[in-house]
Design a protein around this ligand. Structure first.
Ligand code: TMP
Length: 243
């Protein structure tokens, strides 16, 4: 058994050290939370599914020129990643109005945005992940303007690539959340995960506005068939990548 120490336990993953200080181990959990953990539950098999979807997408994005922290998966629900310092921002890219954008602006759900919208939230459970402005990001010294530019342009590039990829899977990428890390050479790497927990994904094969939901909104809104929806996403993503 390799030597490991629990460094941090989040809502969906646990982070461990490894014998190599440049490498960390992420264990994906079946636990699901929503609304800043006011709602809690389990989605059987989610840890493995999200780990495998993230691994496949990160590997593919790397081949498309997007640097990520992903290394490999020693077990189906475990991922080895490069150690990075996580930028405390949740970077949300939106193509279609849904969720908090509709609640906060009155835009109707499903309205296609004329261009992708990038929103920044402060990664702070205590504060409830509030929406930030650029000026607040600099006020809090979260990151320099140069690095924020780099993150925004990476997020938009990832959106273009993923939107096209999911279209080929008969899925619409409505919106999604990214996190970035900075390595010891000051490079920005895509980090965390890309999975049905962190994306809104609508099935193009379904016309019904509830039946088409393939992501964590099924858990948030108690729509049922959560595990089945996640399995469908995994199957389509892996098939598209010939895995
Ligand atoms: P929102 O509509 O609630 O702001 O969510 C936008 C996207 O971000 C959606 O795809 C879900 C994802 N998301 C997370 O990954 N983690 C979170 O804590 C929240 C609130 C949203």
């Amino acid at each position: 058994m390799p030597q490991r120490e629990k460094l941090y336990e989040g809502k969906a993953k646990i982070l461990y050290s490894t014998e190599n200080p440049d490498i960390l181990l992420t264990v994906y959990k079946d636990d699901a939370t929503a609304f800043n953990a006011q709602k809690r539950g389990q989605i059987p098999g989610k840890g493995e599914i999200n780990c495998q979807i993230t691994a496949a997408l990160f590997e593919w994005l790397a081949s498309e020129g997007i640097p990520t922290h992903y290394l490999d998966c020693p077990q189906p629900n475990q991922m080895r990643v490069k150690a990075v310092s996580i930028v405390p921002l949740e970077v949300v890219v939106r193509n279609i109005a849904a969720g908090s954008l509709c609640r906060q602006t009155g835009l109707p759900e499903g309205k296609v945005l004329s261009s992708p919208l990038v929103d920044y939230y402060y990664k702070s459970d205590e504060l409830g992940d509030p929406l930030l402005t650029r000026k607040r990001i600099f006020l809090l010294n979260i990151i320099t303007p140069d690095k924020l530019e780099e993150i925004e342009s990476m997020a938009l590039k990832i959106n273009e690539k993923l939107s096209y990829f999911f279209t080929q899977c008969d899925i619409t990428l409505v919106d999604f959340k990214l996190e970035f890390g900075i390595d010891s050479q000051q490079n920005i790497l895509l980090a965390d995960e890309i999975s049905p927990d962190t994306c809104r994904l609508w099935d193009n094969k379904q016309t019904d506005s509830t039946a088409r939901i393939m992501d964590k909104d099924r858990f948030r809104k108690d729509l049922g068939q959560v595990e089945f929806a996640y399995q469908q996403v995994q199957q389509r993503v892996l098939t598209q990548l010939n895995k």
